[in-house]
Ligand binder design. Structure first.
Ligand code: SAM
Length: 199
């Protein structure tokens, strides 16, 4: 078995706790690090939500005191019977989907773990990830409530500085953060925007 596929600590923990993906611990760490989800009754948008670990973790964390809208081009692997959960199947590049997501807002937190399917060609994968991130950013500034926050995944490419500068035009604070739960060999990282300022 290739080293990358070997179940590690986080994979085993996710299985034990009923999450379909280990990526849940990246979100948990980022939320704790930046003190997000403090307000009561937050409305959260989860972009690139399948198979559903982030949504499930958010719903458990909210415990009925807020709502989660999830979007993905793929079906979820979870179906939480929670009246505070809403899944929209489609691409955030699609105008009709963006409009539907806007109708469920404004959100106090937008999280995006969205990633293009990888080709193995790092340059192609980075370019696709950047395109997706630009789209997430554009959507977030249309659907976030003032004071809201944004967490989004990006494949590291050297473009992070430029994207953080772009974020700083809309947020009082913006920075990159790589959670410990990211695989050591992974070239993904996260960008975080805090204190959304509606222009
Ligand atoms: C790494 S997975 C997300 C894992 C998820 N956070 C979890 O914990 O279960 C990335 C997801 O991004 C989705 N995605 C990629 N492009 C997208 C797009 N244009 N619109 C919506 N979702 C997209 C993929 O279908 C994939 O399910």
């Amino acid at each position: 078995m290739a080293g990358y596929e070997k179940p590690d600590f986080w994979t085993l923990k996710a299985k034990k706790e009923g999450y379909p993906a280990r990526s849940v611990y990246k979100l948990e760490e980022i939320v704790a690090k930046f003190g997000l989800i403090k307000s009561t009754g937050p409305k959260i948008l989860d972009i690139g939500a399948a198979p559903g670990s982030w949504s499930l973790w958010l719903l458990r964390k909210l415990a009925g005191r807020g709502s989660v809208t999830a979007v993905d081009i793929q079906d979820l692997g979870i179906s939480p019977p929670d009246p505070n959960f809403n899944f929209i199947k489609g691409s955030i590049l699609d105008e009709a989907i963006r409009a539907r997501l806007g109708q469920s807002g404004p959100y106090s937190l937008v999280v995006s773990d969205a990633a293009p399917s990888t080709t193995g060609n790092r340059l192609v994968d980075q370019a696709r990830s950047e395109e997706l991130v630009e789209s997430v950013m554009d959507l977030a500034v249309h659907v976030l409530a003032p004071g809201g926050s944004l967490i989004m995944k990006i494949f590291q490419s050297g473009e992070e500085k430029r994207l953080i500068t772009q974020l700083k035009a809309h947020f009082t604070q913006a920075r990159g953060y790589k959670p410990d739960a990211c695989r050591a060999q992974s070239f993904e990282t996260y960008l975080v925007g805090l204190g959304f300022c509606k222009s």
